[in-house]
Design a protein around this ligand. Structure first.
Ligand code: ADP
Ligand code: TYD
Length: 206
């Protein structure tokens, strides 16, 4: 049986993950691959409901610990209902965010929860991507891009620029810790230039 490929896009808010995930999905679909484009938090019916709890409302609505549990509940549902079935059918699954976002946002921003994050991940999720693109860019530019969308899901953007700088550092540290699956891509370029690099790096790994 063919086993699929699991690809994730990670990075700070507004760095271009959704745009790049969509462009890679379109490219692979065009070349005849079966592709499932999905996102976190969300990607399944139950997880999309949890998304609303997480991304709307007061920035201090949840503690980091409560958030960690909600993100894992959403991810477990996403894994059961969407990711694993698609991989089992041989699809390329492209997820806009996954567990690395929890490692960075919940693990190392408001106190040190890294131990709890890894324990919960290994007990409840236990799946790593085959390839992770970390779109790196200046938080000031990314924040302007992100807030310009005014999606109403801005709870994390509302923590401000200093928070985004901590996140950027967190993603770059994570990339160094997992060099075999993480690729840092400079997101501060035209959409097409970033997409060309993403496509080339994907092909180079096939
Ligand atoms: P993310 O998913 O990381 O939050 P998006 O892909 O939604 O980022 O992009 C955020 C905003 O920036 C969108 O309005 C998008 O059209 C725009 N954008 C994305 N990539 C670029 C780029 N390379 N240059 C300029 N604007 C971009
Ligand atoms: P999203 O729409 O992906 O954000 P953006 O397009 O701005 O990058 O919203 C997800 C938000 O939730 C984002 O601010 C990051 C945060 N998040 C976590 O804190 N932990 C997680 O595990 C995930 C998946 C997301």
């Amino acid at each position: 049986m063919t086993q699929g490929i699991f690809i994730t896009f990670e990075g700070i808010d507004g760095s271009g993950k959704s745009t790049q995930a969509r462009l890679l999905a379109e490219r692979l679909q065009f070349s005849g691959r079966k592709v499932v484009l999905t996102r976190e938090p969300g990607g399944s019916e139950g997880a999309e409901e949890i998304r609303q709890l997480l991304l709307t409302g007061d920035p201090n609505r949840w503690s980091a610990e409560t958030e960690l549990l909600l993100f894992n509940a959403a991810r477990r549902d996403h894994l059961e209902k969407t990711i694993r079935p698609a991989l089992a059918e041989g699809a390329v699954v492209i997820s806009d965010r996954f567990a690395d976002s929890t490692r960075v946002y919940q693990g190392a921003t408001r106190g040190d929860l890294r131990g709890a994050v890894e324990q919960l991940h290994s007990i409840m999720i236990g799946q790593e991507p085959d390839l992770t693109f970390i779109i790196d860019m200046d938080p000031q530019i990314a924040l302007e891009r992100g807030l310009a969308r005014s999606s109403g899901e801005d709870r994390f953007e509302d923590f401000g620029l200093g928070f985004q700088e901590t996140l950027r550092h967190g993603f770059l540290t994570l990339a160094k810790a997992h060099p075999s699956r993480c690729l840092v891509v400079d997101g501060n370029r035209a959409v097409e230039a970033v997409a060309a690099e993403v496509a080339a790096q994907f092909e180079a790994r096939q």
